[in-house]
Design a protein around this ligand. Structure first.
Ligand code: MN
Ligand code: MN
Length: 462
């Protein structure tokens, strides 16, 4: 019997629930870490806001804007912002970049509802906004709930105004209507993906007409007048605007044990925050360490602020040239944690998961060797060598970690930025957080897992 116990201990993977395994002290640290995380969630509901918040925090910790012509020494902290929507932070290492850099990359965009370029219209004496959803959403989840408006408008004269409305309880918020069940007989018989269409996602903007005006656009005009008084913009200014509707509520603890956090945007801010904190807590390592926060992951990493842009490649090239090296030689030796969320095993929908290879809340940072769909299509499959390296680094620092996959084979699938980093010849693997109700307006993560990802990135940077 004792022999079997020994054998089991030696040969098999154990289930590791952080709630049972971690010391009281470490759980307290996770609790404290999550308080900071909740502030980040509430302050950074859009990619611009998250980047702004990260830069402000980094400046407080001594990070200075990167200047190609300045000389840097080990321990110097620099940052570079790309068009207000993506950000690179770096701490120069003792060896500079000659042995490659250690990177952690997360994205700061989340699924949401964007206003169309010509959003405002009137129908049946109500003013509404036309929208175009961003990222993979289940549309019915975004109706009949309070939405806040965040964004930026560039006026005809080039001046700009930031919008953030609906976050405070005494402020007005916005909402997409849904049909009452009494009249929804036909709607309820439709398949879920058809019950609410993209063109149904119209946002209520107001309902009172302009006084002493009997034209058919009187409500629209009144609402535009109020918008103009508040932000000094005209209808045409919406053309040069990016206005995003996001859930109006704040991050909140979940459960009697307060072990979980419910919030909008855990994908991927639950990874962005640990990557940010880890680099801010790194004094100096052998290699230069780099945290990148990118935009546009939810729509395929496109555009000049997404991971497919050359922002990171050029930044590394700039660092390399200062040391008389080539960027490509540095990238070839570089390593990266692609920090993104994975689907936590949900007992209510267990049929879509494969239990042994799924990740679970409270079992720590999740290492995902590959994502993709079908026969591993559209993924960067991390090598055995690099998996081995990451695993041993996490073990050495006693980081609680687990493996994960995105559901059972052929259940669906998804991707991360890992494959675009891999294209740069960098060794990369996904390491992240298990999330329940991913891509919904109220996702759930565990405090222990968020803290353990921070510990994992710190260990990787060492
Ligand atoms: Mn993600
Ligand atoms: Mn996502």
């Amino acid at each position: 019997m004792d022999n079997n116990k020994e054998l089991r201990e030696k040969l098999l993977i154990k289930k590791k629930n952080g709630g049972r395994l971690l010391s009281e002290e470490e759980i307290q640290k996770a609790e404290k870490f999550s308080e900071g995380y909740k502030i980040f969630l509430d302050e950074g509901k859009t990619e611009r806001e998250a980047v702004f918040y990260a830069v402000e925090e980094a400046k407080k910790k001594g990070f200075e804007e990167f200047d190609k012509n300045k000389s840097y020494k080990p321990g110097d902290k620099i940052y570079s912002v790309n068009k207000e929507k993506s950000l690179i932070l770096a701490v120069i290492g003792k060896n500079g970049v000659k042995n490659g850099v250690s990177m952690a990359i997360a994205h700061v965009d989340s699924p949401r509802i964007d206003l169309k370029p010509r959003p405002l219209y009137e129908d049946s004496e109500m003013a509404l906004f036309k929208t175009h959803y961003y990222g993979g959403i289940k549309k019915y989840q975004w109706t009949a709930m309070p939405l806040a408006m965040h964004g930026k408008v560039v006026r005809a004269d080039g001046t700009q105004v930031d919008i953030k409305l609906g976050e405070k309880l005494d402020e007005q918020c916005f909402c997409i209507t849904d049909l009452l069940p009494h009249l929804a007989g036909e709607q309820m018989r439709k398949v879920m993906s058809k019950a609410i269409t993209g063109e149904n996602l119209n946002v209520v903007a107001g309902s009172i007409p302009l006084r002493e005006d009997n034209e058919s656009d009187s409500v629209k005009l009144n609402i535009m007048k109020l918008i103009n008084e508040k932000y000094d913009i005209t209808e045409e200014d919406f053309v040069s605007a990016e206005i995003e509707l996001v859930p109006a509520y704040k991050a909140q603890d979940i459960g009697f044990d307060r072990s979980l956090i419910g919030a909008y945007g855990h994908d991927d801010r639950s990874c962005a925050y640990p990557c940010l904190e880890a680099i801010m807590d790194t004094e100096v390592s052998d290699n230069t360490v780099v945290t990148v926060l990118v935009d546009k992951e939810e729509i395929g990493s496109e555009g000049n602020t997404g991971m497919k842009s050359l922002f990171l490649k050029y930044f590394i090239a700039d660092l390399a040239e200062r040391e008389g090296l080539k960027g490509r030689d540095v990238l070839r030796k570089s390593k990266c944690l692609s920090a993104d969320v994975n689907a936590a095993f949900d007992p209510t929908y267990s049929g879509e998961y494969e239990a042994a290879n799924s990740c679970y809340v409270n079992r720590g940072a999740v290492i995902t060797k590959y994502t993709g769909s079908g026969g591993k299509s559209g993924t960067s499959d991390a090598s055995a060598e690099f998996m081995g390296e990451v695993r041993s680094k996490l073990n050495k620092e006693n980081v609680l970690w687990q493996t994960g996959q995105l559901g059972k084979v052929d259940a669906g699938g998804g991707g991360t930025i890992a494959k675009y980093v891999a294209n740069l010849c960098v060794d990369v693997v996904d390491v992240g957080i298990p999330v329940l109700s991913m891509h919904s307006p109220f996702e759930i993560v565990s405090k222990i897992d968020v803290y353990m990802l921070y510990r994992a990135v710190l260990a990787f940077f060492k």
